[in-house]
Write a protein that binds this ligand. Structure first.
Ligand code: GNR
Ligand code: NI
Length: 156
């Protein structure tokens, strides 16, 4: 397993639309392992493939809720409801955060590492994270949705 280089805001790859994953391959399995390792090393709660320079519809999430890592391939949002406003950061915008309003509930479907379909529901941080990661697959960054200033993490 290896740590991958995380692309930062200003890198045009982060603004591109990622492509559907057609089949699981050994290279993709390695990518998933590397993305998990890279996410944990950076203390992130999620990571999308374009952040490591791969324009594929693949994200990993671990919001430390005890259910372990979630791998979502070709994720699709099925339903959202409610609203939450809270702090959001991104490993591609290091050292910064801002307030973002998002739905407070999300239901999504995706394929797992074995390309088997599953559905997932989340509230709070999990909902926020699923939406944040899915945005990355369409070239959308949280700074596009931020309300108020992008702050440095040492500031309030
Ligand atoms: O580590 C991350 N923290 C975070 C906090 C609030 C909302 C979303 C996130 S995701 C982010 C990791 C990342 O950049 N994923 O794309
Ligand atoms: Ni991000």
């Amino acid at each position: 397993m290896s740590i991958r280089n995380i692309r930062e805001l200003g890198d045009e790859i982060l603004r591109k639309k990622s492509k559907e994953v057609r089949e699981m391959t050994p290279r993709l399995q390695t990518l998933v392992e590397d993305m998990l390792e890279t996410m944990y090393e950076s203390y992130g709660v999620g990571l999308a493939a374009p952040q490591v320079g791969v324009l594929k519809r693949l994200v990993v999430i671990d919001v430390d809720d005890g259910q372990g890592p979630i791998v979502m391939i070709n994720p699709e949002i099925l339903e959202t409801s409610g609203s939450q406003t809270g702090e959001e950061g991104c490993l591609s915008v290091p050292g910064k955060h801002a307030q973002v309003t998002r739905p407070d509930y999300v239901k999504a479907k995706a394929l797992d590492i074995n390309m088997e379909p599953f559905e997932i529901e989340g509230t709070g941080l999990l909902a926020r994270c699923i939406l944040h990661e899915c945005d990355h697959l369409d070239g959308i960054m949280y700074v596009d949705k931020a309300e108020g200033p992008i702050l440095n993490n040492e500031e309030e």
